[in-house]
Design a protein around this ligand. Sequence first.
Ligand SMILES: *[C@@H]1O[C@H](CO)[C@@H](O)[C@H](O)[C@H]1NC(C)=O
Ligand SMILES: *[C@@H]1O[C@H](CO)[C@@H](O)[C@H](O)[C@H]1NC(C)=O
Ligand SMILES: *[C@@H]1O[C@H](CO)[C@@H](O)[C@H](O)[C@H]1NC(C)=O
Length: 792
Amino acid sequence: MIEKLSVKRSQQKFFLYSGVVLWLVAINVWLFCTYHSRSRSSYGNDTASDHLSIYDEFGLDYKLGSKSQSGSGSGSGSGSESDPNSENKSFKDDITIKILQKHQSKEKDIRGVDAHASIYDKIFANHDIDSIFGNLNFEQRCDLFFQNLFMHDNNWILKVNERNRLENKNEFKFNDFKRVHLEEYKKEFASANHKNHEDVENTPEFEQFVRTKYDEFWKKTMKYEQKIVDQISIMRVFNKCYITSDNTTQVKRTNEFVNDQHKLMTSLHWASSKKSKVPSFKFTKEENRIHFKSIKHSALEHRVYPWLSFEYPIYERFTSKVSYHPPIMSKYLPDQEEQRTTKPTKHSNELGFFLNKFKNQCNGRGIVLTIGDSHVEDTVKLIHLLRALNNKLPIQIVYYQDISKETKTKIVTAARESIGAFPKSFEKVKEYFPDDYLSNDGGLPKQEVWFVNTYNVIHEDFKDRFKGYANKFLATFFNSFDEFMLIDADTVMMQNPDHFFNLPGYKENGAFFYKDRTTFETRPKSDIVFFKKLGPSIVDSVMFDIPIMTKHTVENDFMRGLYHYQESGLVMLNRKIHFNAILLMFQLNFNEPVNGRIHGDKEIFWLALAINGNENYAFNENYAAAIGKVTPQTERTKPDGTPHQSVELCSPHPGHISDQDNALEWINSGFFYCSKSPIVDFKKEAEQKARLKSLKSAEDFKAFYYSPLRISSAVIPPLDLNVWAVNVEDEPSRGWFMDSRYCKGYMWCAYTSIGGLKSDGESNRKEGRLIHFTEKEEALFAYYGDIWVGLE
Ligand SMILES: *[C@@H]1O[C@H](CO)[C@@H](O)[C@H](O)[C@H]1NC(C)=O
Ligand SMILES: *[C@@H]1O[C@H](CO)[C@@H](O)[C@H](O)[C@H]1NC(C)=O
Ligand SMILES: *[C@@H]1O[C@H](CO)[C@@H](O)[C@H](O)[C@H]1NC(C)=O
């Protein structure tokens, strides 16, 4: 048996080796010409010009556009640096790196841009590239990276409070830039040159003036973009090198990765014409002067996370019992199933980093929300709903600026008091709940509520950065769970929370997100280039096994230009898998050029994962729907009195429909028909008489807006990115329409189809979806609505 096995093994080995040899022979000829003819020392000679060459790859994109449009390319004042042929090659063109990248990833690089941390230029300027990839193991590469940071600047630190202003967000192209600034520059130019400002426009001097302005803007922008690339890269490498380096899966992978590279480098050199050996790695004199091992670990962590205080938050149970480190949840939920209660991880070789220790203390599953005092009413209603949903998971309410004693009391009462009085709608749905739905005292299940005070986790100098709004990222990171569902106080679930933890997309990836309404806003190409630049570079991927973005990210609808992509009212995350990406969320959010391009925290979740180099995330396939009741076709006939082909549903609530079974999973904006009721002018809205035609008076409107939303249908319009389906059939040309006259501008109408016959007789119709819920579903929604609103 053993013999047989070893024969089989040696056969396998034989085939493996012959494969490798064949491949090596194939590339040998090619290598012969190129590999040893290059001048090794010229890489990264002039690091400053290296940077320019990287920018130009996409700078060209914008400038090319402006040149071809303006017609006169010769007059371009954008400088000679935009001609790629005059550039010296950067180390990225090194054949070793290209081979390693090809070897590592079978997928084609489709990003069109690659930006790396500038420290790499310095590292590769001093070392033979092959000596790094042929000799160093993972830890040595990490140390080399950070050693160089200290070597070039002993005071390096990730500057969180430095402000980079995002300017001309929509005018990265010269012509757009010129159009927007034309009047302002005409005045400036005219007054400087004592001319009439009407006369300057088409003169070469003025054109040159605008070019100069544009170049200034461009240089400034590229400079801060590189700064952000540097910060993000340093954090990404640091986290992988030191924070998750105790993860045995990661260690095994990186070991294989490095060994594989060593073998490949040896083979390459062996196969080359000179049959040379891989050059050995030598530290430079300067590097030798830095005693990296004597730099305290905590110092490194402080440089990357200057805004952390390195204290744990304070966890307070509903009983007022306080814990100064992450509590072990299984102690409080003795009858939890095993899968819900992962234990804290024990590690023999503690790394001495705060973040690593915190990671290993997190445990269990739970629900997380972040609130301020103003959210207390919604939170109380949400907790009532969770009781009705038969939730058994612990809930952590995270806050930064103190919440009042009163707020806490209200929440604890909502979670613990007995609720035994049911709305009438309960009768219809009773049978759908398990036998133990009602606890011993005959009421809805009580909730395990904790408060998490995160004020102390932020360093004194940075406290202001977290003020003003309930910081979702603090909640994401500092809750104590391994796996959690992050929600807003006005998120309304229609399924038991376990449903979300059991979604296949979540289980496979450890991250599951929902999509927003596909409203008409789009984003400029420069946004997309920027976000791609923040992702891992090719050098990151060959040095540290941090893979570059693939089509999973690069070809999503956001990257195709959609402005609103993620709806972050419900986010599923597994910290064990995405620990480092969650940390990166903070760093992304600190940057104005990042958060100036997205609405609130919405897109940061999936972006952080992709930028961290772990694209294990799934989205629910369906974009958000309008939910409620469809508009009767008789209330919206065409001018000629005939009905529309499209069906309309207007509602102030987006809803999220499962891509598995069309179930309604959750909705936004609470359960009142109109969440803006406290600020609605009911008289004014009643006078519109365009919608909700069964309501006559202001009083009718008020009563209706304050009642729970009744849900029988959902409409998911077709995606209409950059399409106006103009038609002659009076059908809508866009999938969504905001009717500002209702619910204080929060009323959105969705259409099951857009387009129809055009004037040329062709059709541009696109179909969306109409979903009708079952009687059982409707009855459950009615029950949940009554519970949330508080109807007895
Ligand atoms: C780098 O290149 C410049 C020419 O662009 C040359 O003057 C300089 O000596 C080179 N430096 C090194 C270290 O090779
Ligand atoms: C490119 O490098 C060569 C020497 O290797 C140097 O002579 C030349 O000036 C460099 N070109 C640029 C644009 O830096
Ligand atoms: C280690 O990392 C892998 C991959 O990201 C993850 O699945 C696993 O849960 C991690 N293990 C621990 C103990 O954190």
